[in-house]
Design a protein around this ligand. Structure first.
Ligand code: CP
Length: 317
């Protein structure tokens, strides 16, 4: 069994992108691979893209696909070992993961962080508890700290939009929001960019630095304008504070780009994983510009999921 939960589960992201681009030319060429196999998609949290693209990926490979909104429709899960379950939880993760493994050959799990207990979230308590008891390969559909299928789709999208000999200059920019959001997309994107053949830096307000575990050697700017000079790709995403875990420290300055940036930077491409709060995180002008890659990213979600599932079925991840 081999799971896919981060960039560390693959050997080289750039080679994986080339394999994905080959697969894109022949999306329906492996529809026998998944015959009589079942893909289970287990959602503890909402989703549009991950749900639909993962279903499509499994179906493209000839798999049967079953989806459960476990956060709403399933019995309330208990995670504590040796728990006396005399409270609100009805089924232990041990039993749920083992039973789901009886029905499915590959399982995708979405489990967002609670944003209350940093150690619990950053130790991937829920994902690792599930993996511990599942007896089939598990794919992360976004966990407490990472969103690997999204980041892989993002790297594919960058490669599809870059044909110059030099490395592209990629910037991950924090974007405004009204709610405390996880760091998972930002963490994961940073991890994949650090492993890819790109020049990478991050822009975020003071108080919003991501964990070094994910950002590594990437330079972190607290001034967006400075970071975006010479950017070929800007990836916008909001996240709450890692340091003051889950908090929303006060932000100085305007982090929303509009028409002015488009005029002075006509070559820069814009990315976001979606869903996006228009005119809060990104302006209509930027999202709807010809340099926006948001729908191509969404399209590549099927491709990233399909290649990973294909490799798991071939047992060659
Ligand atoms: N980008 C992404 O994961 O979208 P969903 O939350 O809708 O799946």
């Amino acid at each position: 069994m081999k799971n896919f939960t981060s960039v560390h589960d693959i050997s080289n992201p750039e080679i994986l992108v080339q394999e994905a681009l080959e697969l894109k030319k022949n999306l329906y060429g492996f529809s026998d691979l998944g015959k009589n196999k079942t893909l289970g998609l287990v959602f503890l949290n909402p989703s549009l893209r991950t749900r639909m693209s993962s279903q499509k990926a499994g179906m493209n490979l000839g798999m049967q696909v079953q989806v459960i909104n476990a956060g709403q429709d399933a019995w309330n899960w208990e995670f504590a070992e040796n728990a006396v379950m005399n409270g609100t939880t009805v089924e232990h993760i041990k039993d749920a993961a083992k039973v789901l493994s009886e029905y499915c050959d590959v399982i995708g799990l979405r489990c967002f962080p609670g944003l209350k207990d940093r150690d619990e979230d950053y130790n991937e308590f829920v994902l690792n508890s599930f993996i511990k008891y599942a007896t089939v390969p598990v794919i992360s559909l976004e966990s407490a700290t990472r969103h690997p299928l999204q980041s892989f789709a993002d790297l594919i999208t960058i490669r599809e939009n870059w044909n110059k000999p030099q490395k592209p200059n990629v910037v991950l920019s924090w974007a405004p929001h009204i709610k405390a959001l996880p760091q998972a997309v930002g963490n994961s994107f940073a991890e994949w960019m650090n492993a890819a053949d790109v020049d990478f830096c991050i822009a975020n307000p003071e108080g919003y630095d991501l964990s070094k575990e994910f950002t590594g050697a990437a330079k972190v700017y607290h001034n967006q304008e400075e970071a975006l000079q010479n950017a070929d790709f800007v990836y916008f995403k909001n996240w709450s504070s890692f340091e003051n875990y889950g908090a929303l420290p006060e932000v100085k300055g305007d982090w929303l780009l509009g028409e002015d940036f488009l005029k002075t930077n006509p070559e820069t491409k814009f990315m976001h994983c979606l869903p996006v709060r228009r005119n809060l995180e990104m302006s209509d002008a930027v999202l709807d510009s010809s340099n926006s890659l948001i729908y191509q990213q969404a399209n590549n979600r099927t491709l990233s999921a399909q290649l990973i599932i294909k490799k798991i079925l071939e047992n060659s991840l």
